[in-house]
Design a protein around this ligand. Structure first.
Ligand code: A3P
Length: 297
């Protein structure tokens, strides 16, 4: 019911904004009846929060550190994007054994079976200032969106919730509240932040492995941490999205997918006024919440 000024089509569906191809493919409807299983693993996030980083960590843990298998296919194929038409639900349904599923769906739109059947969900959250900056560069780079506005204009849209999967705080607080209400030891939702992953990558890898009931040796933790460092992933074609170049999905005049990989990069992009407005936006949404983010390294 809605077309944004982003440069391509978006639709508002159940108070979340979706890319046009997702809505048109009818996947959202089909997801309502999708049977997710106890041993499936979902990595969920608001876009640009460190999804790819977490996906590669989860993939390695679940496959017993099968680096060869991880190299053979791109992550998009190994770890399908639930609501996206490519590689689509068909790929998820066909997959054998514990399935890997990435999603940007808000918690309220996850297939009901995910929570009912105890599917493990790992939510990766990132401070909204860095998300906004990362998203700006991503939406300029992705030819299927081709955003052409400036940073200030984009931040306005982000604050208004007028970006794909927006509003940001509906998304993050939806998962956060579920996490808070179920934070007993048996919870099926693991909450982890991009900033935690930076501060203590090995500790976070251990937390994920523990959550997945696949404890690791210290050597294994070190191997995964080395493989998933920003520099390693940026140079690894199976996770750095360089295959988008061949598919015409990336505007090569814009930043690459593996762009900066830092905490606090917003400082190079926000002017004082933008930062003030952003701080107000954060205050409004987090005033009555225990959720706190780190904004600087
Ligand atoms: P920047 O644009 O700030 O560099 P997502 O996978 O959710 O789309 O998130 C992409 C963001 O995570 C990008 O942020 C990307 O550079 C960063 N990223 C990807 N892999 C990373 C890694 N191994 N370490 C740190 N940051 C990583």
């Amino acid at each position: 019911d809605y077309t944004s000024s982003m440069g391509s089509e978006f639709y508002r569906c159940k108070s979340c904004i979706f890319p046009g191809d997702i809505v048109k493919s009818g996947t959202l409807k089909k997801l309502e009846s999708l049977e997710l299983k106890h041993d499936d693993v979902i990595v969920a996030s608001f876009p640009k929060s460190g999804t790819t980083w977490m996906q590669e960590i989860v993939y390695l843990i679940q496959t017993g550190l099968d680096f060869e298998r991880a190299k053979k296919q791109v992550l998009e194929t190994r770890f399908p994007y639930l609501e996206h038409p490519y590689p689509g639900l068909a790929a998820i349904k066909k997959a054998e054994g514990p399935r890997f599923i990435k999603t940007h769906l808000p918690l309220s739109l996850l297939p009901k079976s995910a929570l009912e059947n105890g599917t493990k969900v790992i939510y990766i959250a990132r401070n909204p200032k860095d998300v906004a900056v990362s998203y700006y560069y991503f939406l300029r780079m992705a030819t299927f969106v081709g955003y052409r506005g400036g940073m200030k204009d984009f931040v306005n849209k982000f604050i208004k919730g007028d970006v794909p999967y927006g509003p940001y705080f509906d998304h993050v607080l939806g998962y956060w509240k579920h996490h808070q209400n179920n934070s007993n030891s048996g919870s099926n939702l693991l909450w982890i932040t991009y900033e935690d992953m930076h501060r203590d990558p090995e500790g976070c890898i251990r937390r994920v492995a523990h959550f997945l009931d696949r404890p690791l040796t210290d050597d294994q933790v070190r191997l995964i941490a080395a493989h998933t460092r920003f520099e390693s992933m940026a140079g690894n074609p199976s996770v750095n999205y360089s295959h988008w170049d061949d598919l015409g999905l990336r505007n090569k005049n814009e930043a690459p997918f593996m762009r900066s990989g830092r905490v606090g990069d917003w400082r190079r992009s926000f002017d004082a006024d933008t930062n003030r407005r952003f701080d107000d936006f954060i205050r409004q949404h987090l005033e009555s919440s225990e959720l706190k983010f780190d904004y600087l390294p």
